[in-house]
Design a protein around this ligand. Structure first.
Ligand code: MN
Length: 708
């Protein structure tokens, strides 16, 4: 196609194209591409001219035709977007940018092919439907010339992309001519042998005079001409790929191909459409459920036609579409024909203002919405949803779609919650950007992570996706738990006097407190649900017996104690801290739940003013020779074999009774030995202490009081 042909076509077009501007665009593109050649050897300009021609045939506006001419200039030449807007206006510049963006995305998806997402992406990015139409025209011409691409894998890639993405998109826009041609061109590349055998078969069926297709067509024709109706009956062209698909889907054998009967009856006016319908239904019976009248209730894209299926002249099922010639034109061009019939659209004047985009979009949704079938309806709903979404890529080319307004943090969490927790920065399209940067369609996002998770609590307020929000919340909940657990651990350690806590102990303790796991147990301590005093029972037995009273409590009437006005049956304990002995001044301390405690009157634990009210005076009386009372002493010795034995012998000889012993190393050569010795009274204890002091390696002996 040469320049002049194109301009000729533009000037005869009915929709008032700006021929001068189109000519300028032609020279602009020719100059930009002048050093480039197509694979076919032709000058590159032949491609944009062909694309513009396709768009002209769709009766599109000046801006779209110019975009067809310029669509490859920004990507492949030195021309900038500003050059285009300066020369051809904002509207054209936007359209060219849109097409350029779509082309860039194509290269991203080289690695991973996700057709459905990609189709959504293209719809989302083609805010102006004209962008999509230029892209489809571009793809159509590239497919028409695909045989010139030398590398087979490249041809196959382009073909499968066409089949999976662009042909369905064309179908969705009602552009059946485009869809059929794209599919057949792609199929020819992808499965050449199936293509050629199907082609041969279909050509054969067409020529075969005896074949049913022609017989049925003639029977229909006869009926209609007998009733003096002028019309054209076309055996609907069998597209190779659609036949192939039918064979695959319904497992129709190759020889049954002639069984697929479909005709289009084109009449001169609407009245005739209904007359034709009446005559046919009178003669042959209609198959229930297949009748649709899109003439009285057209689809919003102006598609009008009557659909019916009959059990035809040769007892075959026959699909019929009955419509006027004008309706037929609209049906083939789909959305491309749509706006031509909506008089209010003046695309040239509306140029760059927002409402245009919005209108186009709404129209697209409307069209899809009007499809009637649930599938189309679903698509339409989805399409509306796409506008609220943003489609981005990982550096590997995986497509991630997020709600619009999402940022890199959402993106990171969409990849994996661990990646989200560890993300510390991001690159968008190769450049470092703040994490809160809102993502745009087609952005390539690289997430930078640290080894350790370090999300910020403020993230919860700046992310958009529910996934990111809940992951962040979960992380901080866990963090909080960890803090409580480590606090609980410290408390427990303290209570157990710094004993090393083993995992097994923890599990054991946890079960004593009816907690399933050690963590739960520690968190309960940290949060104060288990109180420190409740934990006392976990103290190791040896310690417990050493520092607390090992003699069973007795009642007042069995003890040599004088306490006035006191119930003789009350439980009495000798306090563990001072372990008072007969001959010492003593005092009683009542407790609410444990009875009476006897302390020595100068016990250091009794300084607490608050307890003064509960003090009771007490004295010793009549201690007999066979009564013993516990006391505690500390003996420091230097290391010498047999020391302990020597000390024990001395205590025994003096009729003391060692009931508990604890040895701790004080240095390399010194030990502290703590004895609990049962004696008769203070004199008895002092006698023992004096004797112990005589031992050569004993450096000190003292009564030991403990302030528990
Ligand atoms: Mn191109």
């Amino acid at each position: 196609m040469a320049k002049n042909e194109l301009l000729q076509k533009a000037s005869v077009s009915e929709n008032g194209l700006n021929k001068g501007l189109i000519e300028e665009a032609y020279y602009f593109a020719q100059e930009a591409h002048k050093t480039q050649k197509r694979y076919s050897g032709e000058p590159y300009i032949s491609h944009p001219v062909a694309v513009a021609d396709i768009l002209l045939n769709l009766k599109l506006d000046t801006s779209t035709v110019i975009t067809g001419l310029l669509h490859d200039t920004v990507e492949d030449t030195l021309v900038s977007s500003k050059d285009i807007s300066d020369k051809f206006g904002e509207d054209v510049a936007k359209l060219v940018n849109g097409v350029t963006k779509l082309s860039k995305i194509e290269t991203y998806t080289e690695n991973k092919f996700q057709a459905e997402n990609f189709r959504k992406l293209i719809l989302a990015m083609s805010k102006d439907i004209r962008v999509l139409l230029v892209k489809l025209a571009d793809r159509l011409h590239n497919m028409r010339t695909i045989q010139f691409i030398p590398q087979e894998n490249r041809r196959k890639k382009i073909a499968s992309e066409t089949l999976e993405i662009y042909a369905p998109l064309a179908g969705r826009l009602g552009m059946h001519d485009f869809k059929d041609e794209l599919e057949d061109l792609a199929f020819q590349i992808l499965n050449p042998s199936a293509y050629s055998s199907l082609l041969t078969r279909i050509e054969y069926l067409k020529k075969d005079k005896s074949n049913l297709t022609e017989k049925i067509r003639l029977r229909l024709m006869k009926l209609l001409s007998e009733n003096s109706i002028q019309c054209e009956i076309i055996g609907r062209e069998k597209k190779i790929y659609s036949v192939w698909k039918k064979m695959q889907d319904k497992q129709i054998a190759f020889r049954q191909l002639s069984d697929i009967f479909a005709y289009r009856i084109l009449s001169k006016d609407i009245d005739d459409c209904y007359r034709i319908l009446g005559l046919i239904h009178n003669r042959w019976s209609a198959v229930p459920g297949f009748f649709k009248d899109y003439i009285s209730t057209p689809k919003i894209n102006n598609y009008q036609s009557i659909h019916t299926t009959i059990v035809g002249p040769e007892r075959q099922r026959v699909e019929l579409q009955i419509r006027t010639n004008q309706m037929n034109a609209i049906a083939d061009k789909g959305i491309a024909a749509h706006w031509k019939y909506k008089e209010n659209y003046n695309l040239v004047n509306n140029s760059s203002s927002d409402p245009v985009n919005v209108t186009w979009l709404r129209d697209l949704v409307e069209i899809l919405d009007s499809g009637g079938s649930s599938e189309e309806l679903l698509e339409a709903t989805k399409l509306e949803m796409f506008q609220d979404q943003v489609f981005c890529f990982t550096p590997k080319g995986d497509l991630i779609h997020l709600p619009s307004g999402s940022n890199s943090i959402d993106f990171a969490y969409a990849l994996h919650s661990e990646i989200g927790n560890r993300c510390i920065g991001c690159k968008i399209n190769g450049k470092p950007r703040p994490l809160y940067t809102k993502l745009q369609n087609g952005d390539e996002v690289e997430v930078m992570t640290s080894k350790k998770p370090s999300p910020s609590e403020t993230w919860e307020n700046i992310v958009t996706t529910a996934k990111a929000q809940s992951s962040i919340r979960r992380y901080f909940k866990k963090e909080e738990k960890n803090e409580f657990a480590s606090l609980g651990f410290k408390i427990l350690e303290k209570i157990l006097n710094g004993d090393k806590l083993e995992n097994n102990d923890l599990k054991d303790y946890a079960s004593k407190f009816n907690r399933k796991t050690s963590d739960e147990f520690l968190i309960a301590i940290g949060k104060g649900h288990i109180k420190p005093h409740q934990l006392q029972k976990l103290k190791p037995k040896s310690r417990l017996s050493f520092f607390s009273r090992y003699r069973k409590s007795e009642t007042l009437d069995t003890l040599p104690l004088e306490i006035n006005n006191f119930n003789p049956g009350i439980a009495v304990h000798f306090a563990d801290c001072c372990m008072p002995l007969p001959q010492e001044d003593i005092i009683g301390l009542t407790t609410i739940d444990s009875g009476l405690f006897i302390h020595s009157s100068d016990c250091s634990t009794l300084t607490n003013e608050n307890k003064k009210n509960d003090w009771i005076s007490a004295t010793w009386k009549n201690v007999t020779k066979d009564q013993y009372f516990s006391s505690r002493i500390k003996v420091s010795v230097s290391n010498e074999p047999g020391s302990l034995g020597k000390l024990a012998t001395i205590v025994g000889n003096l009729e003391g009774n060692i009931t508990n012993l604890n040895i701790s190393e004080k240095g390399k050569d010194f030990f502290d030995m703590i004895f609990v010795i049962d004696v008769h009274n203070l004199d008895h204890l002092n006698e023992i202490i004096d004797s112990l002091k005589q031992v050569s390696n004993v450096s000190s002996v003292n009564r030991l009081f403990i302030n528990l």
